[in-house]
Design a protein around this ligand. Structure first.
Ligand code: FES
Length: 331
């Protein structure tokens, strides 16, 4: 406890009296805490072993159904869970150890300035200058230049390692699962769609036939190919190309927002505006899905559609531009 003075007008109340914990008084409680800590550390060891075993044994394309999450990669799920448990158990064990068994006497330590004294600073600068002089870096230009060259080139080895990220994407970023003749199937029922299924005033979400949610790569494909269908009276469609690419007023636009890729899901039937819930970009579906509000930089790409001999809606090709966020300004 320190009394108030002119420099520090408030008295320092000091530390509260030490309260012993149950573990300080009862050896059996201390033993229980010890066992709990050991149990948590053992759990961490088992989880680490589980992590290694999962990595070695679970095939990369195996999926598993998890309540609330749906189908997810079994390997990712196992690695995430085991790693999470291993880290959590170490942390929980350490915290429990510190709170129940380590000394809990509070100690106040006076802080002193950590800045070096002027004499020490001057000595360091002298040593530095002396060292620079003795290294003959200024005189031996060959050494200096080759050293800079070596240091400049060294980071390139890190760039080369980027190759391990996998093969180059090629044209994959520009293509989707749509192609000529692919049927449009309802995203919820997986049934092929007929024109009569698309009613005025609501959005219908579709995907290409043949996409299997249990297959590896499904999420990548659906993230590019997801489609929204809307029926508008042909007379109300302002954009000429949009009308030509539609079928009886049914327009098929990419469901992926061109801002940062959220799925668009809100539709205002009076105005034909589709709204992205993430940052409120608004697209006019009656006018080529042009942006009329918000941060999106491009209209939604449209898919040209028609009807096959059996009366089902089909794609007449792929999107003619990349879908989603302003991918390299659509280079
Ligand atoms: S992602 Fe759609 S507005 Fe930002």
């Amino acid at each position: 406890m320190k009394a108030a003075d002119e420099k520090n007008p408030f008295a320092d109340p000091g530390l509260p009296p030490h309260e012993p914990r149950i573990q300080d008084l009862d050896e059996r409680a201390a033993k229980r805490s010890e066992r709990t800590v050991a149990l948590l550390f053992t759990l961490s060891m088992l989880a680490t072993v589980g992590f290694i075993v999962s990595f070695v044994t679970i095939p990369v394309d195996q999926s598993v159904y998890i309540f609330m999450l749906g189908h997810v990669s079994a390997l990712n799920f196992a690695l995430g869970m085991t790693l999470g448990v291993a880290l959590f158990a170490i942390g929980a064990g350490a915290v429990h150890w510190a709170r129940t068994l380590m000394s809990d006497h509070e100690i106040a330590d006076e802080r002193h300035p950590i800045e070096a004294s002027p004499e020490v600073k001057a000595k360091v600068m002298d040593d530095f200058r002396q060292g620079a002089k003795e290294s003959v870096l200024g005189r031996r230009k060959l050494i200096r230049n080759t050293m800079f060259g070596a240091l400049a080139l060294f980071p390139l080895s890190g760039v080369v390692l980027l190759r391990d990220l996998g093969p180059l994407p090629g044209t994959k970023l520009r293509e989707t699962a749509w192609s000529k003749g692919k049927l449009l199937v309802n995203m919820n029922t997986n049934e092929p769609l007929r024109p009569s299924d698309i009613i005025v005033g609501s959005l219908t979400f579709a995907q290409p036939e043949g996409l299997d949610p249990h297959e590896h790569g499904f999420m990548t494909e659906i993230a590019k190919a997801a489609l929204m269908l809307v029926r508008i009276q042909p007379d109300d469609i302002k954009d000429k190309q949009a009308l030509e690419w539609s079928h009886e007023g049914i327009l098929a636009y990419s469901k992926i927002c061109t801002h940062v890729g959220c799925p668009i899901s809100l539709y205002e039937q009076q105005t034909h505006h589709a709204l992205c819930p993430c940052h409120q970009s608004t697209f006019d579906l009656s006018d080529g899905a042009k942006v009329i509000f918000g941060p999106a930089g491009h209209a939604l790409p449209q898919l040209r559609i028609g009807v096959n001999d059996e009366g089902y809606l089909e794609a007449l090709g792929d999107f003619d531009e990349p879908v989603g966020p302003a991918f390299w300004e659509r280079g």
